[in-house]
Design a protein around this ligand. Structure first.
Ligand code: C5P
Length: 225
């Protein structure tokens, strides 16, 4: 696997911690993911710091609002030049088209379809009576036709989504665990290598690296696979 295929989720509370990780691992990681936890606490500081380090950023803010609001939010992120930015495909075609219209050329918009935390029962409870697999397919097609650059999905959906998106689409998969590491709250996991073989273009790793005794060794193991 190549360095560029690895995204590290900076799921930590402080800017100092996040930037220490980025400095320490930037030779082994392609992109650093900033999610809501870190963004809401120290977003500007972290994004400034990551920009100074010159590392690509994945801004995982999962936008979902009316088209104009989301378009303005996407425009507001342009100053950070994120390499990836997420939004919920269930916000609809107009919302996604408006977002795509405001994203800068260097930003790839990724759609989130059905959250993998939702059970089949939860999905139907929301009103998606066709169930989760069919809903993922429908939302993914919608995201593609609305001009998004790719999708965040479970590695188990990577194969189907790779066929749908063809060679150009970004298929980004969390829910991966290196062989032998703890699953945590991720239920159906694949190894990084399996996810890439299934069609993922990049994988997202958090705890298996951040909580490892030897984070560099974990990444080297993945890069060597
Ligand atoms: O620590 P871990 O490797 O499980 O971290 C995975 C990262 O990917 C976290 O930032 C988590 O929020 C995110 N994520 C996920 N599952 C999804 C979507 C995002 O684990 N379906």
């Amino acid at each position: 696997m190549k360095t560029g295929q690895i995204i590290l989720a900076l799921d930590v509370d402080t800017a100092e911690e996040a930037l220490l990780w980025a400095k320490r691992l930037k030779g082994r990681v392609g992109t650093f993911k900033v999610g809501l936890q870190l963004y809401l606490r120290h977003g500007h500081e972290v994004l400034h710091g990551l920009a100074s380090l010159g590392v690509p950023v994945f801004l995982d803010l999962k936008f979902h609002d009316i088209p104009n609001t989301v378009a303005q939010a996407v425009a507001a992120t342009a100053v950070w030049r994120p390499r990836f930015l997420t939004l919920h495909a269930s916000g609809g075609r107009e919302m996604m088209e408006a977002a795509a219209g405001k994203a800068s050329a260097e930003t790839c918009l990724l759609g989130v379809t059905v959250l993998t935390s939702l059970s089949e029962e939860n999905v139907r409870e929301i009103g998606w009576q066709e169930g989760s697999a069919a809903s993922v397919g429908r939302l993914s097609s919608l995201a593609k036709s609305a001009g998004l650059g790719g999708l965040v999905c479970s590695p188990h959906e990577a194969k189907t989504e790779r066929v749908r998106w063809g060679n150009q689409g970004e298929i980004v998969t969390p829910g991966v665990r290196p062989p032998g590491s703890a699953k945590g709250d991720q239920s159906r996991v694949m190894t990084p290598e399996e996810a890439i073989l299934a069609g993922a273009s990049r994988i997202v790793l958090g705890r298996p690296v951040l909580q490892a005794r030897e984070p560099e060794a974990v990444l080297d193991g993945i890069l060597g696979a």
